[in-house]
Write a protein that binds this ligand. Structure first.
Ligand code: N2P
Length: 622
């Protein structure tokens, strides 16, 4: 995103700095130029065109529609991320323009020690890789104990934006003789009067241009933001990225087109302003538009906030909307794709979530490490809706820290039209005939679990020899694997890229209703069974609302809506009568007792996990 803004800004800089020439370019040069422009802009044009495509799939054109724009506008979480981006961009612009302008004046007009070093240092952020800035800033905030959120995003954006302001404003100052300022002072003006009445009007076009550029860069930034954002502070590019993880929809094309057109417009206005080619009326219109945007970015804030960190595709939008409506709250959702990711996020401490959804195996660790807090069951009357089979499980016998959310198995899903015969064993996932069409979960315990089960061992083995043997199997399988993926394996299966995948049962049950060619099996050697849980982290900011949310999830109708929307079975007995009959009949989601008997819970392994981790790193870096 920042690359695109920089490209557009670069083209604009070339445009404003090159002298106008009359006459056409000679024709070979003209065709070459046209080709370059085509190369640069064809992807953008395609993106915009397909945002109006009636079809959900980018490959076929099925006629014109505004529907995806309307849908994006109705998407509450998308719009609130847009608001967040605008707010960040405004505040970043104000702060960095103030600091950058002061720095530019100091560099251009004052004698300062170590000028060369100061100039170089202030420009460095432009060339330092974004990923390094992002990581370093996050590490610094972590060290200082600053909680990640709006403030840290703005601070990081200001840090990379100041250089651009200094660059533009200083260039303008250098091109202006200081004799105007000297004359004003000779005539008795103070330094401040000179700045306000002489310097500022002269450099104003550069300041406005810098402001628009910073606004655009901040609006578009993804990489740095992703390092320093916290719950409740999801910007639009981050939201788009998380949406892409679950498949590209025309809604994403639509919102990306809006972001793109806004960026181009801002750069265009900036160019016209700098060149003094904007009428008073146009400036007025631009100012009103800006105020409207400020108003829009402030709208919607002020409600109670609930920050949730959960597996992807695990909480349907309509359930969120219902909770927001009934409790007059705003729900912010962030996704993870493995228990390890959740654990390290909570251990890092920067983020403050109100609800997290760990699997059974991680609840014990979170509890022992003091990362989650006791839940007050008196505030959860709907607790009684739970199936007694799921109450008081060994990892939390009194349900003091965790409330069962959904459960499932991690077995084998496959395309009946691509694989030979019905699948019933992990052996199929090592079958060379399926090379490049096999997907495994991106998860150390799940992949090793599959290998260990195939070997006829427990997936909780702590025996170094067994683990080594499983690692050898996984290493052998490496060249057959298309992807290690815990987020979008069901899409890979749907679109035919993968023929056989290790996947979570509910995600598969969900897509089975879309495509009858998809099958799911708990292999004869057995696989993982899991219960995921609602927990409240120890540093949650909205504990009361978190309890209200848990109680809401345990309402029979809510639990059923979650089961129907995600495909996963619910541990809520009262919900059963509201669950779709076709789902209840689907053995992928609701396996027979005998198949469940072959499954094993992942347990915490203590020291032995480091052996797994070492091999896993090797396998992944192959
Ligand atoms: C939902 C993932 C289920 C989580 N997409 C497995 N513990």
């Amino acid at each position: 995103m920042r690359g695109l803004s920089a490209l557009i800004s670069g083209l604009y800089l070339i445009a404003v700095t090159s002298k106008k020439k009359s006459g056409w370019l000679p024709s070979p040069l003209a065709s070459f130029t046209a080709f370059i422009y085509l190369f640069l802009y064809a992807p953008i044009v395609v993106l915009i065109i397909f945002s109006f495509n009636r079809s959900r799939f980018a490959s076929v054109w099925r006629g014109f529609t505004w529907e995806w724009y309307a849908q994006a506008w109705k998407d509450v979480s998308l719009i609130s991320s847009l608001r967040m981006s605008l707010m960040v961009a405004f505040l970043t612009t104000i702060v960095s323009v103030a600091i950058g302008t002061a720095a530019a004046i100091a560099l251009a007009r004052y004698r300062i020690k170590l000028r060369q070093a100061a100039e170089t240092l202030i420009m460095l952020p432009v060339i330092i890789p974004e990923i390094v800035i992002g990581f370093a800033t996050a590490a610094l905030f972590g060290l200082a104990g600053v909680a990640f959120g709006l403030t840290t995003i703005i601070a990081a954006h200001v840090a990379f934006s100041i250089s651009y302001v200094v660059f533009l404003v200083r260039a303008r100052l250098v091109s202006l003789s200081s004799s105007f300022e000297e004359a004003a002072m000779d005539l008795g003006a103070t330094r401040w009067q000179t700045f306000v009445h002489v310097t500022l009007p002269l450099i104003l076009p550069a300041i406005i241009s810098a402001a628009l550029l910073v606004f655009t860069l901040s609006l578009d930034d993804y990489v740095i933001t992703s390092f320093v954002a916290g719950p409740g502070a999801t910007t639009l590019p981050m939201k788009i990225y998380s949406m892409i993880k679950t498949g590209v929809t025309p809604e994403i094309n639509a919102i990306s087109s809006v972001l793109l057109v806004t960026t181009i417009l801002l750069v265009f206005v900036s160019e016209r302003l700098t060149a003094g080619r904007l009428s008073r009326r146009a400036i007025g219109v631009a100012a009103v538009a800006l105020l409207a945007l400020v108003g829009f970015s402030l709208g919607g804030s002020g409600r109670k906030q609930l920050n949730i960190y959960i597996w992807s595709d695990y909480l349907p939008e309509e359930v969120i909307a219902e909770f927001e409506h009934r409790f007059d709250a705003k729900v912010n959702v962030e996704f993870f794709d493995s228990d390890e990711a959740l654990l390290s996020k909570l251990q890092a401490g920067g983020a403050s979530y109100d609800i997290v959804v760990p699997s059974n195996s991680i609840v014990t660790i979170l509890r022992e490490q003091g990362l989650i807090q006791p839940i007050n069951l008196n505030l959860i009357p709907n607790f009684e809706n739970l199936d007694p089979q799921f109450v008081g499980l060994p990892y939390d016998p009194e349900n003091q820290y965790s409330i069962p959310y959904m459960w499932g198995t991690s077995g084998i899903a496959y395309r009946k039209d691509k694989v030979a015969g019905p699948i019933d064993s992990w052996a199929a996932m090592w079958d060379p005939r399926y090379k490049d069409h096999i997907a495994m979960l991106n998860d150390v315990r799940e992949t090793f679990g599959a290998a260990l089960k195939w070997m006829g061992k427990s997936l909780n083995s702590a025996d170094p020899d067994e683990i080594a043997e499983a690692a050898r199997l996984l290493m052998r399988q490496r060249s057959l694997v298309l992807a290690y993926d815990s987020d979008t394996f069901e899409d890979l299966l749907l679109n035919g890229e993968a023929w056989i995948v290790q996947g979570f049962s509910g995600d598969i049950a969900r897509v089975m209703s879309e495509d009858p060619n998809i099958g799911y099996v708990i292999p004869k050697e057995g696989c993982t069974i899991f219960v995921d849980n609602l927990c409240i982290p120890v540093n949650a900011g909205h504990v009361e609302l978190a309890h209200e949310f848990i109680n809401f999830v345990l309402e029979a109708k809510t639990a059923a809506a979650i089961a129907n929307g995600t495909g996963f079975p619910s541990p809520n007995l009262a919900a059963r009568e509201f669950i779709r009959p076709d789902l209840l009949a689907n053995e992928a989601a609701y396996p027979p007792k005998e198949a469940i008997g072959r499954c094993e819970f992942i347990k915490e392994l203590g020291e032995a996990i480091s052996i797994y981790d070492r091999y896993w790193t090797e396998i992944k870096s192959e």
